[in-house]
Write a protein that binds this ligand. Structure first.
Ligand code: HEM
Length: 276
C-alpha cells in the first residue's frame, strides 16, 4: 500500500479534523463549484503546456520561435498552475480522508512535483534560449524524469487505479500521430489500428469478455506493445526531424514529449482518485 496514510500515519488526527475547520468546512457545501474551477485551471495550464511543448517538438506554432511561444503562453500557464494548486488544496481540505487513503493521490502528487520541475526547471528555460539546455536545466530534467518515473510506477501498482494509465498511453499515441508527417504517419497509424483490432479480438473473440484471469495479463502485455510502438515512432520523429526547428536538439524534443505527458499522468491520477 502506498497511500499517504501508509507513508505518514502520524498525521491521521490532523487530516481527520481538516473538514471541520477553516477553510475545509466552508468549502465543503460548494465542493462541486470549486472542482469546476480546478478543471478550468487544468484546461488553461494544459493548453499552454501543449502549445509550448509541441513547438519544441517542431509542430503547431512553427511561425514563431520557441522563445516567442514561451512569452505568449507563460502568463496563462502561471494562472493555470496557481489556480489548480489553490483550488486543489481547498477541495482537498474539504474532503481530506479521501485523499489520505488514496494511492492515486500519491501518484498524483509525485506527478505534480515532476511536472513543476520539468516545466519550470527545464522546459521553460530551454524554450527561452530557443532549445538550448543549460547545466541547471539538465539537472532539473534528470530529477523531474526520475520523479515522473516514480509517479508512473506508483500508478501502475495501485490496485483498481492502474487502468487510468490508459489515458497516458492514448495521449502519447495522439501526440505522436499529430507530430509525425508523411509516410511515417501512415505507417504509424496502421500499426495503431492493428493493435486496436488485436485488442478488440482478444476481448470479443479469443477470450470471453468476462474471462478476467486471461484478459488481465493479455491487457498488460498489450499496454507494453502499445508503449513500444509509440516510443519507437516518437524516436523516429525526434531523430529524423533533426535540428531543423531553430536548433532544438533531440534531448529537448524528448523532454517536450514528457512535458505534456507528465501533466496528463497527474490529471489522470487526479481523476482516478474517485475510482479507488
Ligand atoms: C495541491 C495539488 C492538488 C490537490 C490537493 C488536488 C486535489 C484534488 C481533489 C480533492 C480532487 C477530487 C477528488 C475526488 O473526490 O474524486 C481532485 C480532482 C482532480 N484533480 Fe486535483 N489536486 C491537485 C492538483 C491537481 C493537478 C496539478 C491536476 C492536473 C494536472 C489535477 C487534476 C485533477 C483532476 C483531473 C481531477 C478529477 C476531477 C473530476 O473528477 O471531476 N489536480 N483534485
Amino acid at each position: 500500500m502506498i497511500s499517504p496514510q501508509d507513508i505518514f500515519p502520524a498525521i491521521a488526527p490532523w487530516v481527520g479534523s481538516l473538514d471541520e475547520t477553516f477553510p475545509g468546512a466552508q468549502i465543503k457545501p460548494y465542493f462541486a463549484q470549486w472542482e469546476v474551477l480546478h478543471i478550468l485551471s487544468l484546461a488553461l495550464l494544459g493548453g499552454a503546456s501543449i502549445l509550448l511543448n509541441l513547438r519544441l517538438i517542431g509542430s503547431g506554432l512553427t511561425d514563431e520561435s520557441p522563445a516567442e511561444v514561451r512569452r505568449g503562453v507563460l502568463p496563462w500557464l502561471n494562472i493555470g498552475v496557481v489556480g489548480i494548486l489553490v483550488t486543489g488544496v481547498l477541495i482537498g481540505t474539504s474532503n481530506p480522508e479521501r485523499l489520505y487513503t488514496s494511492e492515486a493521490f500519491t501518484a498524483k502528487m509525485l506527478g505534480l512535483a515532476a511536472a513543476l520541475l520539468l516545466t519550470y526547471g527545464a522546459i521553460l528555460p530551454a524554450a527561452k534560449t530557443d532549445g538550448r539546455l543549460s547545466r541547471g536545466a539538465a539537472v532539473a530534467a534528470t530529477l523531474g524524469m526520475a520523479l515522473f518515473g516514480l509517479s508512473i510506477g506508483v500508478f501502475a501498482i495501485a490496485k483498481l487505479v492502474n487502468p487510468g494509465l490508459w489515458h497516458a498511453i492514448i495521449a502519447a499515441a495522439l501526440i505522436v500521430l499529430f507530430v509525425t508527417k508523411g509516410v511515417s504517419r501512415i505507417v504509424y497509424l496502421i500499426g495503431l489500428l492493428a493493435l486496436m483490432a488485436t485488442q478488440l479480438a482478444l476481448h470479443q473473440v479469443i477470450f470471453r469478455p468476462d474471462d478476467y484471469a486471461r484478459l488481465d495479463p493479455a491487457n498488460k502485455i498489450m499496454i507494453l506493445v502499445y508503449l513500444a510502438w509509440i516510443l519507437a515512432a516518437a524516436a523516429v520523429q525526434i531523430v529524423s526531424a533533426g535540428r531543423g526547428q531553430n536548433g532544438v536538439g533531440p534531448a529537448v524534443k524528448a523532454l517536450a514529449y514528457a512535458g505534456i505527458l507528465v501533466w496528463v499522468v497527474t490529471a489522470a491520477a487526479g481523476r482516478w482518485i474517485a475510482f479507488a
